[in-house]
Ligand binder design. Structure first.
Ligand code: PLP
Length: 426
């Protein structure tokens, strides 16, 4: 297929109907697929033939969406998972097990931090967290002989730290390990980490990709570029006894990593997406470009509005000119960042709560990054058990408000902010 522009890929990639077939991607709501011979089924099981046989390992609706996302990110293949958490876990655990070590940026989503800090540690994986803005020397010092990967977020949730992807890729590759980038917030519309050297990309598709807050999901995209034979990855370069001794790099070539994630981890752990959720995700992807553009334009206007209001103490939005990451934004996401903004309200915790409760259009939800404007005050909700000192240690000030700008008319969003700011002062 011709390599179309991103807007066109959002709509046209993945499902290619043949003569007389449905125009819209069908939902193959079936756990299993019929074959006429035991020999064919055996070949499928042994990974000697291609085809769907059980939805945990593959399904036509899901495959079409995987192909679309791979094409959006510029990857060789993709695997849908039941959640973003599952995508991050599989992406790491596919090549890093007990006795191995990994490096992660400390500016990552709290759930991913817990996954690494608690669960992976309990499974015997050693982790070093690094400040993504640390010098090359400090980052280099984090590598160990058993380091298997580096993980970071292109645009971190909730700190909105922008990653210097090329620098991280260079350091990872100099140490013969891949760079895994969580690209959830900018989406491939605004940033394509593979083009800057990332080897694996993960997403919580729950956010902008689905875009309507209908389904929890995740995806792993393999660039197909990392040379597994140059590092220490016996799980990819040596025979897998559970598949009669196949060697992933020999059998699947540049798709070795993603093939193993599917045939080994999805087979054994089973955090599978569903055909129906994949269908909904595909609908979301069709309008991803339009929505992300609108989210960003609206968020830029909200950030500018907040900046000039005397009741606001600070605004963190990377696209603002005076933001610390503005230079990296110009390089990695020049057309826009995301719709999420954080800011502080003078008056602290109580004023922030009054402000949030006075909002009428923006709803208080835990979620971010869907079509509807939403708001969260971590100090009184997700982090309410922490006192001010503990919040500071977590990088969350008591006045921090996380505002996820939706795609409604900008004047309605600004009117809502204006009236809630008024109400917060009483
Ligand atoms: N990565 C990022 C950047 C996120 O923001 C989230 C969720 O908020 C996740 C991963 C986890 O995704 P999910 O909630 O789909 O499991």
């Amino acid at each position: 297929m011709k390599k179309y522009r991103l807007e066109t890929r959002c709509i046209q990639s993945g499902y290619q109907p043949q003569e007389g077939q449905p125009r819209v991607l069908p939902i193959y709501q079936s756990t299993t697929f019929k074959y006429d011979s035991a020999e064919k089924v055996g070949a499928l099981f042994d990974l000697q033939a291609e085809g769907d046989f059980y939805t945990r390992l593959g399904n036509p609706t899901m495959s079409a969406v995987e192909q679309k996302i791979a094409e959006l990110e510029g990857g060789a293949g993709a695997l849908l998972t039941s959640s973003g958490q599952a995508a991050s876990f599989y992406a790491v655990f596919n090549i890093c097990q007990a006795g191995d070590h990994m490096i992660s940026s400390s500016s990552i989503y709290g759930g991913t931090y817990n996954l690494f800090q608690k669960t992976l540690r309990e499974m015997g994986v050693e982790i070093t967290f690094v400040d993504p803005n640390a010098s090359d020397d400090v980052l280099q010092a984090a590598f160990q002989p058993n380091t298997r990967l580096v993980f970071a977020e292109s645009l971190a949730n909730p700190t909105l730290v922008v990653l210097d992807i090329e620098r991280f890729a260079r350091l990872a590759h100099a140490n013969h390990v891949p760079l895994i980038v969580d690209n959830t917030f900018p989406t491939p519309v605004n940033c394509q980490p593979i083009a800057f050297g990332a080897d694996i990309v993960v997403h919580s598709t729950t956010k902008y990709m689905d875009g309507h807050a209908t389904s929890v999901g995740g995806v792993i995209v393999d660039s197909g570029r990392f040379d597994w034979s140059q590092g220490h990855y016996p799980e990819l370069t040596e025979p897998d006894a559970s598949y009669h001794g196949i060697v992933y790099t020999q059998q699947f070539g540049s798709a070795a990593y993603i093939a193993k994630a599917r045939t080994h981890l999805m087979r054994d752990l089973g955090a599978v997406a569903s055909p129906f959720n994949a269908f909904l995700l595909n609908l979301g992807l069709e309008t991803l470009f339009l929505r992300v553009e609108r989210h960003c334009r609206n968020a830029e206007k909200v950030a500018a509005f907040l900046e000039q209001d005397h009741r606001i103490s600070w605004v963190n939005y990377p696209a603002l000119k005076q933001n610390r990451y503005h230079g990296l934004v110009q390089k990695y996401m020049p057309d826009g960042t995301c719709g999420v903004i954080s800011f502080g309200l003078k008056g602290g915790r109580d004023t922030a709560v009054r402000f949030m409760e006075a909002l009428k259009l923006a709803a208080i939800v835990i979620h971010v990054a869907d079509a509807r404007t939403s708001v969260l005050h971590p100090a009184s909700t997700t982090h309410r058990q922490m006192n001010d000192a503990e919040l500071a240690a977590a990088g969350i000030s008591p006045d921090l408000i996380r505002f996820s700008v939706g795609i409604e008319h900008i004047d309605d969003i600004l009117d809502d902010l204006r009236q809630a700011l008024e109400a917060s002062q009483s």
